[in-house]
Write a protein that binds this ligand. Structure first.
Ligand SMILES: *Cc1c(COP(=O)(O)O)cnc(C)c1O
Length: 422
């Protein structure tokens, strides 16, 4: 059974202060997980997690992770600006983007970020844009084909727009070495949301073997290998969570086996996790406001896909707890919907839940990553607040909810809205 990190008694108090819907984050859970990750990779001297800012771009939450040595993985101008604003700079920023506009390369270089190239043509683009290449550069690799992890989990890198082929990354390293680059990194993201301890070790083997080959063929010094994101979380109650210690140990074994004998025992391991760092430590709190009995039983809540897009976008499962009814039998079958004029605006379809009454508080689990951040404004819906549940049980507003004024802000330059009261 999946449990909420907030109790019914606590949530009843919290909703008095913050109107639903809002995303709530669990400081204690974030800290304990970050500490475990740090321990799991403590065998590697240069280890660093670059938190994938896109997953949860909230400065308060990122600042918690920084206490555990995390940097920022950015992929756009505003993500770079956010990092800059909170004082993250230099090699504490990994700039892993694709289809990159040159201004973003310029900004990344200005901040001293490590630039991770998605394509071989960018070697020249970056050189032209900056005048010369930075001393440290990284490239993203895509082996193509199908990447199969032991227990039937697989993904399809051959179909993904990211990264360079074998030949291209070799050529890119040669070119960059000739142009004065001294320190090289390799990056790859081959599978997403992998709920298995085998993904990182398997990916590590692919990248470590590539690193050995690249070193031999091009003579470059490989400073780091970036395993990127993709470590998953158990969205479904029957799923077994990943064991980060087993993952760290699995990567260590491959490191000892492949890199150390080649005299590459100084290579730093980097990760760029988003989901694993934050996913389970956030939830969407919403209230049941309508019920409808037609061809199906519907419960309408005050949140919608604007607040959490994953179910509408990928049919993703998010567990739902009806607060205060945790022990009641799940003997009602509901579609739990938002109010968008889109029939895919459903948080759950044919979900067995306890009987829901109007005013019940529903908690949608595991919205801490790729939740709030995927928000949009369809139907003129506004983005919600974000609230931090602190370790001492108190709460802090870490992002206010949007108001109509925010929605109309981009018309501010037009006279038509001059006298509008919003
Ligand atoms: C999205 C992304 C991540 C984080 O992925 P998770 O699945 O959240 O761990 C890391 N690196 C890059 C380049 C990404 O695009």
């Amino acid at each position: 059974m999946k449990k909420t990190f907030v109790t019914y008694e606590e949530i009843k108090e919290i909703v008095k202060e913050y109107p639903t819907p809002f995303h709530l984050y669990d400081e204690k859970g974030i800290r304990e997980n970050a500490e475990r990750l740090k321990q799991a990779f403590s065998w590697n001297r240069g280890y660093k997690e670059y938190f994938a800012v896109k997953a949860t771009p909230n400065p308060f939450l990122i600042n918690i992770l920084r206490e555990y040595g995390c940097g920022c993985d950015c992929s756009s101008m505003t993500e770079l600006m956010l990092s800059e604003a909170i004082g993250v700079k230099g090699h504490d920023i990994m700039f892993s983007s694709n289809d990159t506009p040159v201004e973003e390369f310029r900004k990344a270089a200005e901040l001293g970020a490590i630039i991770n190239l998605d394509d071989i043509t960018h070697v020249e683009v970056v050189e032209k844009t900056l005048g010369q290449l930075p001393k440290t550069m990284s490239c993203r690799y895509n082996p193509g084909g199908v990447f199969e992890i032991s227990n039937g989990i697989m993904d399809n890198p051959g179909d993904a727009k990211y990264g360079m082929t074998d030949e291209q990354i070799t050529e890119a390293f040669r070119m960059m070495k000739a142009k004065g680059v001294e320190e090289f990194g390799i990056h790859a993201f081959l599978a997403s949301n992998t709920v298995t301890n085998d993904y990182y070790p398997m990916l590590a083997r692919v990248l470590f073997e590539l690193a050995v080959k690249l070193k031999k063929e091009t003579g470059v010094h490989i400073g780091f290998i970036n395993l990127s994101g993709g470590v998953g979380i158990p969205y479904r109650p029957e799923q077994e969570p990943n064991d980060i210690f087993a993952i760290g140990e699995g990567v260590r074994k491959v490191y000892e086996e492949v890199l150390v004998p080649e005299g590459m025992g100084d290579v730093a391991i980097y990760t760029e996790m988003g989901r694993f760092m934050m996913g389970p430590y956030g939830c969407l709190v919403t209230t049941a406001i309508n019920e409808k009995h037609t061809h199906k039983e519907y419960i309408g809540v005050d949140a919608c896909a604007v607040n959490l897009m994953r179910p509408a976008m990928y049919g993703a499962y998010h567990h739902i707890t009806v607060m205060g009814k945790e022990d009641q039998p799940c003997d009602h079958k509901y579609d739990v919907t938002g109010s968008l004029c889109e029939n895919n605006d459903k948080f759950a379809i044919d979900r067995m839940l306890p009987r829901i009454d109007m005013g019940d508080i529903l908690v949608l689990h595991d919205t801490g990553a790729h939740g709030f951040s995927m928000g949009y404004n369809y139907n003129g819906k506004l983005k919600s607040a974000e609230v931090l549940l602190k370790q001492d049980g108190s709460t802090q507003l870490i992002r206010r909810a949007e108001t109509p004024k925010d929605y109309f802000a981009t018309f501010d330059c037009f006279d038509i809205l001059k006298d509008m009261k919003y």
